[in-house]
Design a protein around this ligand. Sequence first.
Ligand code: FE2
Ligand code: FE2
Length: 270
Amino acid sequence: MLIAQLSDVHVGGTRYHAELLRTAIAEVNDANPDLVVVAGDLTDDGYPDQYALAIQELGPIACDQVVYVPGNHDARNVGYVRFEQTFGSRDSQLRLSHGDLETELVAVDSSKPDVNEGEIGREHYGWIAEGFSEPADLRVFVCHHHLMPVPGTGRERNQVLDAGDVLALLRHCEVDLVLSGHRHVPWVWPVAGMLLVHSGTVSTMRTRGFPDPAYNLIRVDAEQIAVELRVPGGRSQSLGAYPHRWPVGLSGRQADPFLEVQHGPWLAND
Ligand SMILES: [Fe+2]
Ligand SMILES: [Fe+2]
C-alpha cells in the first residue's frame, strides 16, 4: 500500500509557488498511491478566494481516496466554515482494503480559530477510540499540528496543547502511523509503537532547517513501513524503513498506569 502525504500548501501566500504543487501532484499521480493525505494549511489565510484556488489546484490529484484536514492557517478569518463548504468535514474516518491489508484512518481538525496552537480536545477522544476499535492491520491518525517537537524548526511553539493525552490515547488504540505537517520540516519520530511522520511544505519556500519544499511517499507492507521524502521536481531520500509491528515490550502499551478513554457522548465537530 502506498500513501502520499502532502501538507502546508499555503495557497495565496507570498512564498507559495503553484508550479511546485503542480509538479508534486503530477509525481504523486505517477506513483499511483492508494491514499493521499493533505495534512492542513491548504490556504494561507482561510479567505474565500484562497479556498476556491486551493480546490482548483488540488483537484488534479487523481487518487480515489483523498483525506483533507484543516491547519491553523485554514481556520483564520472563519475559514473553518469555508473548509467544510469546500473540502467536507473537518473530522473524518475512513476504512480501506488493499489486498489483505485492512486500514483504519481517523483524521481530526487540530486547529482553533485565529490561534496557531493546536488542540485535539477531550470531546474527540471517545470518537477517536471508536474509530480505531475494529480490527485493522494498519491504523492511521491524521492531524495538522505536531505531537512531538520537530528539530530544525527553531523555538518550540504551537504543539498540540493536549499532546501527552493524545499520544497516550493513540498508543492505547494501537495506532501505527500519525501523519502531520505544520512545522515545514520533514521528519519521522518512532515513538511507543508509532511512527510520527511529518511532511514538509509541498509548495512554498517557507522552509526552515530542511531547505527544500517536500512531501512524503509512505510504503506499507506486512513487514515494514518505509518513508521516502520527495522534493517536487528534484531529489528523493529515505527517512527510514521501520518494522510494521514493534516488539510488544518497546511500545510500552501495557505499562500505562492510568489512561481511561471516555466513551460517552462527544462533539465530533467541536
Ligand atoms: Fe504551514
Ligand atoms: Fe500550520
